[in-house]
Design a protein around this ligand. Sequence first.
Ligand code: MRU
Length: 357
Amino acid sequence: MLIDGIPKKAIESTNDYKIVIIDQTLLPHKLEYITLKDLDGCYKAIKDMWVRGAPLIGVTAAYGMFYAIKENPSELNIKKAFDLLINTRPTAVDLRWALEKLLNKILKFKAEDRATYAWQFSKELEINSIKQCSKIGDYGLEIIKSKIIKDKTFNILTHCNAGWLACVEWGTALAPIYKAYNLGLDIHVWVNETRPRSQGAALTAWELCKHGVPNTLIVDNAGGHLMQNGKVDMCIVGSDRTASNGDVCNKIGTYMKALCAYDNNIPFYVALPESTIDFNLDSGVNKIKIEERSNKEITHVSGLNSLGELSNVKIVSDLVASYNPGFDVTPARLVTKLITDKGICNANSKSISELFK
Ligand code: MRU
């Protein structure tokens, strides 16, 4: 998508076997690129959330495996790298999906051919992610077109960041929005700030503004009020892991938005590529490992101070205890439809298995 008119991607591989990412911890205040060229760099990039978002984590992890294999293609070293990377972010299943797919294939190659294969594999993952997100955008666009009313702004609410910054290009939840905007449709996005890390405020609002899509930031608790007052026509979010029955695990707070949407008869869509479906999981509630993140994400906030410097300030007393689960599970019964790269389906086992047979 565009940054000030220039097309950009969240990750790009170079001809000399490096990858370039954006340090997303600095957004929206600074746009800084980091070049990764070893396993340690990829590990840190995922663990410290320089990159984040289910599909982007998967692609970065695959490149991490490539660097490990380039250094030492032995089975022992490959398994060591796999164990290191798989434990970086436990909830988003794309990471496991990409690493297991690569591991299953790589050991069939002779040691001297493994690095070449791992590079090709990672590059394909990167390119396929763009194609998948673009497809999600096409299918989601049809839904928007079917609902939009002439001469009336169509209001879409989204949570967290499921845009191009979370993928490679387009995004999942934001792909239909970009396609609708590019087509000249009159849309507007309500962006939930998404505490505690504020991916909505720092990333979604930023990438929408940079591309030109009209949007308004709201606090996480405002969604229900807006829905009750007819200010939301449709909700669309991404997914970090979707169970085979259609339960959706996504950023903390998604469940509450889905409940509000249900209560107000507003369609609640989830956009996801196939790699986000965990076919081994029959249902999601109470069954998905929820990443617990540092308490500091709650007790502190970051931003620019009056001197224009990045700073991190404490907002609670030392006496306060806090708890910080990163994701929650929205039961399938609250999901109107899943928008995938293979088409649109109901959030239930039958419909999902038919689409992905
Ligand atoms: O903790 P994050 O920033 O990696 O969480 C990201 C999300 O929850 C996204 O909504 C999710 O990955 C959707 S897919 C792009």
